[in-house]
Design a protein around this ligand. Sequence first.
Ligand SMILES: [Zn+2]
Length: 219
Amino acid sequence: MRIVLVGPPGAGKGTQAQYLAKNLSIPHVSTGDLFRANISQGTELGRQAQDYIDAGQLVPDSVTIGMATNRLQEADAADGFLLDGFPRNLAQAEALDAFLAEQGIALDGVLDLEVPEDEIVKRIAGRRVCRRDSSHVFHESYNQPAREGVCDVCGGELYQRPDDSEDTVRTRIEVYHRETEPIIDYYRAQNLVVTISALGPVDEVTARAMEALGVSEAA
Ligand SMILES: [Zn+2]
């Protein structure tokens, strides 16, 4: 299956992408991984991206599109892939379509994860991360540490990342509405979009997603 996963920040997109890719035996292709891989391998596109990042500028679509289309031509993506974070705007969606058409293939579906805005703010603004190890993540409502402000794993201090503050989250949601939602309309016109609620336990959301995509758990 060739799938694009879309959803606002805080929808749990990365987590769902991992589970779905595993269930469907297809590679999970995330923009974050693409950037990290190209930069660490020192590819031409990686060097270009790094220059923009160092200059505090947005990486142009052409660079991101180049990384994504290179990745989709690797052997493990021949029978399918799950895209996460790409395309993130209309220009990228159109470039992806052009690339797929050139390869004689097409998307099977676009999975749209839906979360109410207030829930997004609650999810993200409540996150507390350990200063010693950013993989130690807690939540002030959903996953409280035994002692407030202290990491259960290593005793490190917990803090709210600046990116997770309520103001920043509202801005990120704004950007999502403005830049990414138009691609949902674009794909809806191609009858590709299935929308599911991203509320509830992770495994329930995964099951909902599999059902919406028309595949059984055993796939
Ligand atoms: Zn810790």
